[in-house]
Design a protein around this ligand. Structure first.
Ligand code: ZN
Length: 162
């Protein structure tokens, strides 16, 4: 297996305020679908909701740290936790919403599997830099209590180095 390079991607301006809007980078001929296929969308609804919950639980965080591998959606510096909120479809979750469409299946499979390898690489890189990466799936948000309990546990576990 090829080991992907473990380098934090710096997209120019590190830190600073998060981007104004979802700047459409390049509109390929595939147009609309390419646009919809953007994975690293920011401030998605699930993300915003999770932020609100974490805030209510008393956590303080930073958003979209571009200097960290994979640009985690939410970062809890105090615990060195980097959190990703993944859309079930785009990141190929093993749930109903993560199922591949029956048309253009090969296309979606390639796309989603590329996303998954990117996710895995980011997780590895974060770990190697002493971060605890956590993934929250969109469908996890359906059970607020369950998710909160899980995250509180995982964050507490991350805080105590072994
Ligand atoms: Zn899911």
């Amino acid at each position: 297996m090829r080991q992907p390079p473990c380098a934090a991607k710096t997209g120019g301006k590190a830190g600073g305020k998060h981007e104004q809007s979802t700047a459409l980078d390049i509109l390929t001929p595939a147009g609309r679908s390419a646009r919809m296929a953007r994975v690293r969308q920011k401030n998605t609804k699930p993300e915003v909701r999770l932020r609100r919950w974490l805030h209510a639980l008393g956590y303080r965080f930073r958003l979209h740290r571009k200097d960290l591998p994979g640009t985690p959606d939410i970062v809890l510096p105090k615990y060195r936790v980097a959190l990703f909120v993944h859309g079930c479809f785009w990141h190929g979750h093993d749930c109903r919403a993560g199922r591949l469409p029956s048309t253009n299946t090969a296309f979606w499979e390639a796309k989603i599997s590329a996303n998954r390898s990117r996710d895995a690489a980011a997780v590895d890189c974060l770990r190697s830099q002493g971060w605890t990466p956590l993934v929250v799936w969109e469908c996890d948000l359906r059970d607020r209590q369950g998710l909160e309990a899980r995250l509180v546990g995982e964050i507490a576990g991350a805080a105590s180095p072994d």
